[in-house]
Write a protein that binds this ligand. Structure first.
Ligand code: BMA
Length: 375
């Protein structure tokens, strides 16, 4: 070949290489038209695991053990002096137009708490224990055919769409003080490998769940034009990668890859199981290019005063996780029961929680503010 032609060929090849690199380099979430802040959050959460993990808590600003709706209060802040970095909230009953959610949190207050947390650089994640659309029962009352009934062509598809309209309305109502949409990690159909929810386990086929996932995401994103969402796929405890992936809707449909785990036995068996799942998630997240997260966890009542550093943090060390979220501090419940997963001031594990808080790996609100996750 003539020298000139070789030069031209080389130039063409380099231009093509640059274009292809640009194509691959554009790492976008499920929603390619997501807002700038949502895309930035997505990208920042991807690189975060090399520095540490955000610590989150469900319903943190609304109530804690022994208190409710005290402005500015948080059990985590009472113990550590700082708020969590990530805040979980729950949408159950929004679909019924109720003014308060399944755990009695008013949606209007929830919106304000979300705005407060976002204004200091915190991250928001929402779950949805939606009722059974086929029977009108709760999320925990499965019935044969429920998922099929809400897919397109099903007898409850219109009802389900009307519920999604309400969710879309709430998501779009989340705006910062300049009127810009607040990014949210939407954790739909959580714990979907267990059979306790109507959308999970043996209550539908993996294919039905995948269809439901695709339908739900497309409806919110393409029909309702909701562009402030990242989508989290999370199982409950799982045995191996194949079990985790059984219902996985695909890389194009998932931003966060996670699982939920609760300690019910001793520290050793918990730590072994938890560590194995983290190892599997490390590779799943790397292979699929997802944000790895411990989307929900807890050890109810925290009976072990050293649990935070000796069991929880020790197991997490060496794994790649962008965030962890402890479940809610509901406090005393009827029948002498209690439910709480982070210490309140004076609780047996609070001194150890302060050590956990001081670890460079754990990121709370002030650390998250410095991370500038939306830029
Ligand atoms: C469960 C418990 C319940 C709560 C439900 C939905 O794990 O905390 O008390 O109603 O989650 O948030």
């Amino acid at each position: 070949m003539h020298v000139q032609s070789i030069r031209i060929a080389i130039n063409v090849i380099s231009v093509l290489a640059v274009f292809s690199a640009l194509g691959q380099g554009a790492d976008l979430p499920v929603d390619k038209h997501a807002t700038k802040e949502t895309i930035n959050l997505y990208r920042n959460l991807k690189t975060l695991p090399s520095r540490g993990f955000l610590f989150g808590h469900q319903d943190d600003l609304a109530y804690g053990v022994g208190w409710k709706y005290i402005p500015g209060r948080s059990d985590i802040k009472d113990v550590t002096g700082d708020y969590p970095a990530l805040y979980g909230w729950e949408l159950g009953r929004l679909e019924l137009d109720h003014p308060v959610n399944i755990d009695s949190v008013p949606f209007d207050r929830m919106r304000q708490y979300i705005q407060q947390a976002y204004s200091r650089g915190g991250v928001i994640t929402l779950s949805w224990h939606l009722n059974n659309p086929l029977t009108g029962g709760t999320a925990w009352q499965p019935a044969a055919g429920t998922v099929a009934s809400i897919l397109p062509g099903g007898e409850k598809n219109a009802l389900y769409k009307s519920w999604l309209d309400k969710v879309a309305g709430f998501m779009l109502s989340l705006k910062d003080d300049r009127g810009r949409p607040i990014p949210v990690i939407f954790r739909i159909f959580h714990e979907l490998n267990g059979s306790w929810f109507w959308w999970g386990g043996k209550n539908c086929t993996p294919d039905e769940l995948k269809q439901l996932w695709h339908f739900t995401v497309s409806y919110l994103r393409d029909q309702k034009q909701v562009h402030n969402l990242l989508y989290a796929y999370n199982t409950d405890k799982f045995s191996d990668a194949a079990a985790w992936l059984e219902r996985y809707p695909g890389d194009e449909w998932t931003d966060v890859a996670g699982f939920d785990i609760y300690q019910r036995g001793n520290n050793e068996s918990f730590s072994t199981e938890f560590g194995q799942m983290l190892t599997t998630l490390d590779s799943i997240a790397a292979v699929h290019g997802k944000i790895p997260a411990l989307t929900e966890f807890g050890y109810n009542g925290l009976p072990d005063s050293n649990w935070w550093t000796s069991t929880f943090l020790k197991t997490l060390e060496g794994h790649k996780i962008a965030y962890t979220m402890a479940w809610r501090n509901a406090g005393d419940k009827p029948g002498g029961q209690h439910e709480y997963y982070v210490p309140y001031k004076g609780q047996a594990s609070s001194a150890d929680f302060i050590k956990f808080f001081e670890s460079p790996l754990t990121l709370f609100q002030k650390d998250a503010t410095k991370e500038n996750l939306y830029r």
